[in-house]
Design a protein around this ligand. Structure first.
Ligand code: SF4
Length: 390
């Protein structure tokens, strides 16, 4: 489902009645050139606009600020390609400087974006890398049993501009350049494939945000046909599989998607991806006590990974309000890890940053929405974003 507006604007000096409204940040350079040409404008205007929209030196967030465009053209473009960044409702920070942005979309829905420093500033120096964890849908239809995002079901896909805007807002608020993107926030990106891919094109393009595809990782619960589609794209984007179980028995118990795309089928699609991209892939594996942390599951996971040139991120389970699962003991975590390593598999235990601000996808949104009697946010922000910055 695409939520771009599609109504026609009439009676404006530069516009054709056939043009439809599409937010600026959902357009590629080619889309904008096409739109401008319908308006009788030269193509260099599109480059001027993108420089204002994404350039590092002079990034602006309104048509009015694009001062080298004629005023009449600016007002026409504002009508047909509006700039609609989500509202920043709260910015929560944690001790290790992970920050979570709660954003309100134009229809009132809430999403989360999490800014994670790769190496915390332990000695007061700046972190060398900024990773942003981006959402792709409001809610999620896939219902993985351990995940907060699926608890309230799926509401809608994000549009391409809503995905791009998460990066723009994180950079605006932090005052820093994001140099690593992970599509691991709320939602299943591969279920919103066309909007997500359009956003990736904009984020990757030299006229856009300019983030290298190798600096982007998409995580999927295992939508096999889309993994194959992405393998056939020229983008060298990295792939992470939310695996969380090596046998069908364990995986189907916690990930309903496994009934549609069982592990063997998923592994074949992963092999296809690795082969086409000549890339290593990552298996994300949340360790849950008594569910998927047995030695036999570790041995099977090692067997599955060996032929695939895959590395494994083990993530001790992050408690979710309203769910019964528990994090295994450190000893059980280490045992699982050593079974993998003894079999020559590249594996690490990733201690989650931001554990103290509900950084697992969907948790903050649920908590804030639940605290309002109507199930939506109250009009007043409980944390003023600016008070947490600097
Ligand atoms: S883990 Fe991902 S795919 Fe599964 S319910 Fe959560 S957001 Fe959806």
């Amino acid at each position: 489902m695409n939520f771009s507006h599609s109504y026609v604007i009439e009676h404006h000096p530069f516009m054709s009645p056939s043009q439809t409204v599409r937010p600026l940040h959902s357009l590629t350079l080619g889309d904008l050139e096409e739109s401008l040409s319908v308006m009788g404008q030269p193509s260099y205007r599109a480059k001027q606009v993108m420089e204002w929209a994404y350039g590092r030196e002079k990034r602006v967030y309104s048509w009015e600020a694009m001062s080298n465009l004629p005023a009449g053209l600016r007002s026409s473009l504002e009508e047909i390609h509006p700039i609609r960044l989500p509202e920043v409702v709260t910015v929560s920070g944690s001790k290790d400087t992970t920050r979570k942005l709660l954003l309100r979309l134009r229809d009132g829905e809430l999403i989360e974006t999490v800014l994670i420093p790769a190496s915390p500033a332990l000695y007061g120096e700046e972190s060398d890398r900024r990773t942003l964890c981006v959402s792709s849908q409001v809610g999620c239809a896939y219902g993985c049993r351990f995940c907060a995002s699926g608890l309230d079901g799926w509401k809608r896909h994000l549009t391409a501009d809503e995905i791009v805007a998460q990066v723009l807002l994180a950079e605006k608020i932090s005052g820093e350049r994001i140099n690593n993107l992970v599509f691991m926030g709320m939602g299943e990106p591969m279920a919103n494939y066309s909007n997500w891919l359009q956003a990736v094109s904009i984020l990757n393009a030299p006229w856009g945000v300019g983030l290298g595809a190798r600096k982007m990782t998409v995580s999927t619960s295992g939508l096999v046909p889309r993994i194959r589609d992405l393998a056939d794209q020229h983008l060298q984007i990295r792939l992470a599989i939310s695996l969380h179980g090596a046998s069908d028995e364990v995986r189907s118990r916690i990930m309903p998607v496994n009934k549609k795309h069982p592990v063997a089928e998923l592994m074949e699609a992963c092999a296809y991806y690795c082969d086409r991209k000549k890339q290593m892939i990552t298996f994300e594996y949340i360790l849950i006590e008594g569910i998927n942390d047995s030695p036999s599951e570790a041995r099977l996971l090692a067997d599955r990974s060996r032929g695939l040139h895959a590395k494994i991120n083990l993530i001790p389970y992050n408690t979710v309000e309203g769910l019964p699962w528990k994090r295994p003991s450190e000893e059980a975590q280490e045992t699982f890890l050593s079974i993998l390593r003894d079999r020559g598999i590249a594996a690490t235990i990733r201690r989650e940053k931001g554990h103290d601000i509900d950084a697992a996808c969907g948790q903050l949104r649920r908590r804030v929405a639940a605290s309002s009697p109507s199930g939506t946010l109250p009009p007043e922000n409980d944390v003023a974003p600016s008070s947490l910055l600097g």
